[in-house]
Design a protein around this ligand. Sequence first.
Ligand code: ZN
Ligand code: ZN
Length: 471
Amino acid sequence: MGKKERFYADVMAAHPEVTGSCNIVTVRLPSGEKFHFIVDCGLFQEREHEEYNKNLMFNPLNIDFCLVTHAHVDHIGRFPLMVKKGYRKSIYATEDTRKVMFSALDDSAKVIRETARRRNEKPLYVDADVDETMRLVIGCSFGKWVHVRNNVDVAFFNNGHLFGASMILVKISYPGENDINLLFTGDYNNKNVFLDIAPLPDWVYGIPVTIIQEATYGDMNSSEIERCFVDNVVKKTKGGGIIVVPVFSLGRMQEILYLFKILQDRGKISSEIPIYVDGKLGIKYTIMCKNGEFQIKDEMKEFLPENVIFVDKSTRIDVINDKRSKIIITTSGMGSYGPAQLYIPTYITNKNALIHFTGYTAEGTLGRTLKDAPFGEVVKIGGVFYKKAADVEYTNEFSAHAKADEMIEFLKQFTHLNLVLVNHGEVDTKEAFAKRILNEVNARNVGVLGRQYFFRINPYGLVDSKATKFL
Ligand SMILES: [Zn+2]
Ligand SMILES: [Zn+2]
């Protein structure tokens, strides 16, 4: 066997597009020993890929260790399934990710249970699997090497995508050989109002490396983002209107609250207008954030605006009965779960209301249904028909992902880029971004990760790409 074939890592993806994130790496050492590890193991959320949730496509008993980039359910939601199928080894994450993982998985188990009941199926996993999963999670510090097994060290680096989010550098070493370095960006953002995002240490930019690069917005530049949220909201409150803002519970809810604080401070909206906050998990994270449980900037600890009222099941009716101008910040971000399911039908027929989505709305969600329905059209929500009279607006300005131009700038800083594998994006977006990298970045090779191919990488870069077996 030639030298090239003695020491390598095969990188593959179980996900074809954005959700269900799961990268599988097989390492072969010069001694002949082989082992496997996983980076993220998320739930599929696109309706067309949902069936993939049932099969892991690998035997969890063969996996040596797992790494977690961040706590979104489409990156962690199938770890309990691995555990249910017998996985009992370690799962490494940052300490801030570990802190929110239980709540995120607990909530996911609840959604899974309800969906299974509706469909008369067995749930994918249950609460006990979530508890067992959490016993395996090891919280790590940013910027320090963690020795996860013989020949493998990993380091978590800051990433603005979410509280606790990381980029993960995996160093595979063997005596007498150069290292194989794999850098997983996870979902990546270069900025976050709450977090100090330390740049990667200089030495990382100089190592020979393969980057597994996300590409959610691989076909959009930051200059194409239209900022309309503040204008829309200020206009509506001036007219005495009602504003409903569906948000994701972690990150987005806190960011929107902070934005309302700024608007109050600048006198753009009156602090007399009550700001109702609804959604159990969102409130829990907001309080954790306020209590300084995440590593947030000191000046951001007072991010709550005045006149915030936390709402629960028993007080929800008071919110609806309050006839004054008001703001309701509620989960879920796409409108299909949580108390948004009550507020949206309540206000969709009210021409004095503005329903303002603040992020991506996937096919099949309430947010998308409303987007596709023209003003005055009848929409069906939970089997009931409503005439759409409220203003419904959308913006992508709060996106937690870097845009194509920002990712290109990131990649350009590496001086020894062996290979870029474009990951985590719709098929066309990944291809467009791969071409752009080839033209603008000094990378020796560029590939697209999906379910079709896996990539064999040695210390000097790409060796080969082959069709995956699990298709
Ligand atoms: Zn994410
Ligand atoms: Zn993601």
